[in-house]
Design a protein around this ligand. Structure first.
Ligand code: C2E
Ligand code: CA
Ligand code: CA
Length: 619
């Protein structure tokens, strides 16, 4: 139980012992003066004072959070010697006073001895190595004293004193066990028996203090199981718990012996490794251990009757000393950032934290913070990219969001849209985009710009928001009419297939009643199955610009594009080729009967007025 609480507890006892000795000690000094043993009593009291001064120094030398393991061990040794010394002094005064003829003094000495034993058995119960020898040290002279009286009552008292010794030891042992249990519970995870987060943070802090002194390196591995939630949700928590236990068994089997493994919570585990003199060796080992874990964790688990597979994402952080203001949590955070990087790159892998990652996280947080004010401050605007048909006539427009912030400058939607999705801000942002888009569509129509279609990108989180359909209805009623709402095309991505597809279909059908059409954006980049796609009430497909871009030099992509075009024909879907930049791309697409083109070859996304001018110029 050599943890923080243990040391703090011992630390707190020191002043108590000093006070319990200095004050009653004066009484003994006085008694010594009355009974002609002033000099020995005075010497004894001087020893008490000297020991107290020593105790104060030990008390002051304690600072758990910055002490290295070695220093803490040394401190504990000193503290133990201090305790032994103190109680030994009380035995000495006992021995001094019971040798005098004044019986009154004997009573006082006997009481003192018993009192000191009770103090030792209660206040030192947290540490066996202290209370056991000290209780013996105090009680054995008392037992001997009674037995030497030589009268029958002396033997009775001897028996009583021996029994009391046993009772005190027993009481201290019981308290000790309870404390150990409580400490175990406070520092361990009940399900897996591993250390818990609190323990690990204390442990890591100690390690860091040691590394600070030795200028060595160590590593942290943060392990998060991939899609563990699915196991819990689909097979139940019992199976989930069993799986976690098996995962832990495997972790313990495959980490080096000198590692400390803890469960941070849920399906997150953390491991700290041994120390290395060289950073390179530390990095190499951390990656080797991670790779080994990834391989072994992936092997089949049998939780009757299920055969389960689970992979893991591991983030690595290298801990080094010499950095005064870093604490245990900051290294865990680094490993966490690295782990999220693995998750973002498709899970099942390992990354080591670097500064670049932390910059990315910071910029992400900055964007997140500023995005909150972007709408109020009118920083979000819309651009419109022309969509052109076979004859070169502008038949449509895609609405694209633009954000220019005074501090960040222009921020790409590729950056801020995902953040808006994560934070839920996309709902508000999306509403603003729809409203602005609808106003533009109305204005254009009123000024004679007649488009066949007007496309708006819709995020999944936006589409599945409970208020979405009602909101679109309201806006349509307010700004558009039947004729104009039939021009609307909502672009969605293949990520919806990961959603509750029946619900998505329901929402899409409700919107279709308003005359709105649907387009599958970035087609070909996702992983959706054709059967799923076929279930969605789609009207249009947008060939992703990656395929269009590769047309000129990739045979495979050419085949992909022609296949998509043929498929669209069979499914009677309209098709837009995105990202058309060159004449060659355009020629190929035209040659394969692609009806609509969008891309820099024609125009970049344009502000409202410029789009109107472009439209008029290409009539
Ligand atoms: P997307 O829907 O695939 O939009 C097409 C992107 O390709 C746009 O980038 C457009 O500027 C760019 N692009 C168009 N033609 C060409 C070309 O010929 N060459 C190249 N290299 N790029 C071209 P942008 O505007 O940066 O938008 C990026 C993505 O952000 C969009 O991809 C869309 O997923 C998302 N996004 C943009 N605006 C919105 C919005 O209002 N709502 C939602 N939910 N997402 C949006
Ligand atoms: Ca789009
Ligand atoms: Ca696209």
């Amino acid at each position: 139980m050599k943890d923080k609480r243990f040391h703090r507890f011992l630390h707190r006892q020191i002043p108590l012992f000093i006070a319990l000795s200095l004050v009653p000690g004066l009484g003994y000094l006085f008694l010594g003066w009355l009974n002609d043993v002033f000099t020995p009593a005075f010497v004894w009291y001087l020893l008490i004072v000297a020991t107290s001064i020593w105790g104060v120094r030990i008390y002051r030398n304690f600072d758990f959070d910055t002490m290295s393991e070695q220093r803490r061990d040394r401190w504990y040794q000193q503290c133990s010697w201090f305790m032994y010394a103190f109680f030994l002094l009380w035995v000495l005064i006992f021995l001094l006073y019971v040798r005098l003829d004044t019986y009154k003094l004997h009573y006082i000495a006997i009481f003192t001895e018993i009192g000191a034993s009770v103090v030792a058995s209660t206040l030192l119960a947290s540490d066996r190595r202290l209370y056991r020898p000290i209780i013996f040290l105090l009680m054995v002279p008392l037992v001997a004293y009674f037995s030497m009286i030589g009268e029958w009552y002396g033997y009775v008292l001897t028996a009583f004193a021996a029994t009391l010794t046993w009772v005190l030891l027993h009481a201290a042992n019981s308290t000790h066990q309870l404390l150990m249990q409580a400490s175990h519970q406070a520092t361990h995870d009940t399900l897996t028996g591993l250390h818990n987060r609190q323990y690990f943070i204390d442990h890591l802090q100690k390690r860091m203090n040691s590394l600070n002194e030795s200028h060595e390196f160590s590593y942290l591995l943060l392990i998060d199981l991939d899609h563990f939630k699915t196991v819990n949700d689909s097979l139940g928590h019992d199976v989930g718990d069993q799986l976690l236990k098996l995962v832990v068994a495997r972790l313990l089997q495959h980490v080096p012996d000198d590692c400390v493994v803890a469960r941070l919570g849920g399906d997150e585990f953390i491991i700290s490794g041994r120390s290395f003199a060289e950073r390179e060796a530390c990095e190499r080992t951390s990656l080797e251990v991670s790779e080994r874990l990834i391989t072994h964790l992936k092997e089949t688990y049998i939780v009757d009757p299920h055969h389960l597979y689970i992979s893991a994402s591991i983030g690595v952080s290298i801990i080094s000393g010499g950095n005064a203001d870093s604490n245990a949590n900051s290294f865990i955070k680094e490993a966490d950032i690295a782990m999220y990087e693995v998750k973002a790159k498709g899970r099942d892998g390992v990354f080591m934290f670097n500064e670049e990652m932390s910059r990315r996280v910071e910029s992400h947080l900055e964007i997140e913070r500023l995005l909150h004010f972007a709408l109020i401050n009118h920083e979000i605007t819309l651009c419109y990219q022309p969509q052109v048909n076979h004859e070169g006539r502008v038949i449509g427009a895609e609405t694209l969001a633009r954000w220019t912030n005074p501090v960040l400058g222009p921020v790409s939607p590729v950056q801020f849209i995902p953040i808006a999705e994560q934070t839920g801000l996309i709902v508000e942002l999306g509403t603003h985009i729809l409203e602005t888009g609808f106003k533009t569509l109305r204005e254009w129509h009123d000024s004679g710009i007649d488009l066949d279609q007007f496309s708006i990108n819709i995020s999944m989180r936006q589409l599945t928001h409970y208020h979405f359909v009602a909101m679109v209805k309201d806006l349509v009623e307010h700004y558009l009419d039947d004729k104009l709402s039939r021009k609307l095309v909502f672009e969605i991505t293949e990520s919806i297939v990961a959603e509750d597809i029946d619900r998505v279909i329901l929402i899409m059908n409700q919107l279709k009643e308003l005359g709105i059409r649907f387009s599958m954006d970035d087609f070909g980049t996702g992983y959706s199955s054709l059967s799923n796609l076929n279930r969605l009430p789609l009207n249009e497909i947008k060939i992703d610009r990656a395929f269009v871009n590769a047309l000129s030099h990739h045979e495979g992509d050419r085949a992909m594009v022609t296949t998509i075009l043929k498929m669209a024909g069979i499914l009677q879907l309209s098709i837009v080729a995105e990202g058309v930049e060159t004449e060659a791309q355009l020629d190929f697409l035209r040659g394969h009967d692609c009806p609509i083109f969008q891309g820099y070859y024609y125009s970049k996304p344009l502000p409202k007025e410029q789009f109107a001018a472009y439209y008029r110029g290409h009539l």
